[in-house]
Design a protein around this ligand. Structure first.
Ligand code: RNT
Ligand code: ZN
Length: 418
């Protein structure tokens, strides 16, 4: 089938495929730098394990070992994905010139000047994350530590991150979403659940006392249910993060990662619940398997449903900040990155190709038989043709065309990284 034939099939249902592609092209989706090097970063000893309850597994060859390799890999990925990527950096990816290493509480915008240049050259915006894990100053708690010296160090890191985020927004001319996530928690039953949470709240208050323009810097608080090694208790739980954001509207927004809930909960359902109250929310799109395993995003039911809620709730007009968050070290990392980004684009395009007004009218009129049948029939429309056409219009390879390029890159570039 040709694009023209597919377009007509959609048009018969009142769906404008050209308009959907135009809309999607302008939506920024944050591409996380940390898939390329298994979340190691450049500022600590790369042989030390990842901490904070997150884990990468697998040792597929070709991990980026330095900024040059990571940037080259990102360029490869960006040559294979349609749409508008935005960079997403962690503080641990600071780039130090010879001998000028700085600890996390001392980080400055200068330490990201190479990244700013990278983004400018490619016309990208950039999001940012303070890194509250994989560092000797995790005791193991950070912003919720009872040790005042530890807590101060991490507050200073948070404030430094606000200044860096402001610089990224200013230099790149796009708002910077700055996400606060800590892995703070306990392996076993705690004796005091409230103390750490009160300290965490006070720490975030202090971080956000650093001046910033909320139209340019969007601090978020990301919640979590549990992590490996912190199974019994997480300081930044769902209720904590949501309450913090609700009490600080206009200064901070809630961030939901769809790997961070109990297995029968779905973020798709939480999006409209939050948008009934919050002007803006942020998402980490990932794929949990039984736990927060951060598998590559697939074109699966829940990813599609998340995208449908974003679209139906008007989230593409800046109300929903979309970022990717997965890290698989067991397969080719370029293919992992590319697959997840392309699938997120697919899910958003799929969502834009739904007759949403008609579906809503059926619901409101109580015509549930018709609603079910129509929703089922929409699933087998020739969506693949539209996606391929979207890739062509973005000047990027269609499905079936990009993997050979990754395999070539693996042979020529990744295999030499021994
Ligand atoms: C961890 C959180 C967090 C991290 C990144 C690296 O469970 O999802 O967002 O994955 O900050
Ligand atoms: Zn996340």
């Amino acid at each position: 089938m040709s694009y023209e034939e597919a377009r007509k099939r959609y048009a018969a249902l009142g769906i404008d495929t050209d308009a959907a592609m135009e809309t999607l092209k302008a939506v920024p989706v944050s591409l996380h730098c940390w898939q390329g090097d298994d979340v190691r970063g450049f500022d600590t000893d790369p042989s030390k394990p990842l901490t904070g309850g997150i884990q990468t597994t697998g040792n597929y060859p070709g991990r980026a070992r330095n900024a040059g390799e990571l940037m080259a890999d990102l360029d490869k990925v960006m040559s294979l994905i349609p749409g508008t990527p935005k960079m997403n950096l962690h503080a641990s990816y600071a780039i130090f010139e010879k001998g000028e290493w700085a600890d996390r509480d001392q980080l400055k915008p200068e330490h990201f000047s190479k990244w700013i240049e990278f983004c400018k050259d490619r016309g990208l915006g950039c999001d940012f994350n303070p890194t509250f894990f994989s560092h000797p100053k995790c005791d193991p708690l950070t912003l919720s530590s009872p040790n005042e010296e530890t807590r101060r160090f991490w507050i200073e890191h948070g404030k430094a991150s606000i200044r860096i985020s402001s610089a990224l927004a200013k230099e790149l001319g796009q708002p910077c979403v700055m996400n606060i996530w800590t892995g703070d928690g306990f392996k076993d039953i705690p004796a005091d659940r409230m103390g750490p949470r009160v300290r965490y709240r006070e720490s975030i208050d202090e971080i956000l006392s650093e001046p910033y323009d909320f139209s340019q810097v969007k601090p978020c608080v990301e919640s979590k249910v549990f992590g490996i090694g912190v199974e019994a208790y997480t300081v930044g739980s769902a209720e904590f993060a949501l309450s913090y954001a609700a009490m600080n509207m206009g200064k901070c927004i809630p961030l939901m990662d769809n790997g961070h809930y109990h297995p029968t909960e779905v973020v798709s359902d939480k999006i409209p619940a939050l948008l009934a109250f919050f002007p803006e929310i942020a998402l980490h799109v990932t794929r949990p398997i039984r736990w927060d395993s951060d598998h590559v995003v697939l074109f699966d039911d829940e990813t599609r449903e998340i995208a449908r809620e974003i679209v139906r709730c008007g989230g593409l007009n800046g109300r929903v900040h979309i970022a990717l968050d997965y890290f698989d070290a067991s397969i080719n990392r370029i293919a992992a990155w590319t697959t997840g980004f392309r699938n997120t684009q697919k899910a958003l395009l799929y969502a834009l190709l739904q007759p949403n007004d008609e579906l809503k009218a059926l619901q409101d009129k109580g015509q549930f038989t018709r609603l079910m049948v129509l929703q089922e029939e929409l699933k087998t429309l020739p969506f693949g043709e539209i996606f391929d056409e979207y890739c062509r219009r973005c000047g990027k390879p269609a499905d079936g065309e990009w993997l050979p390029q990754v395999e070539e890159y693996e042979k020529n570039v990744l295999e030499a990284r021994k």
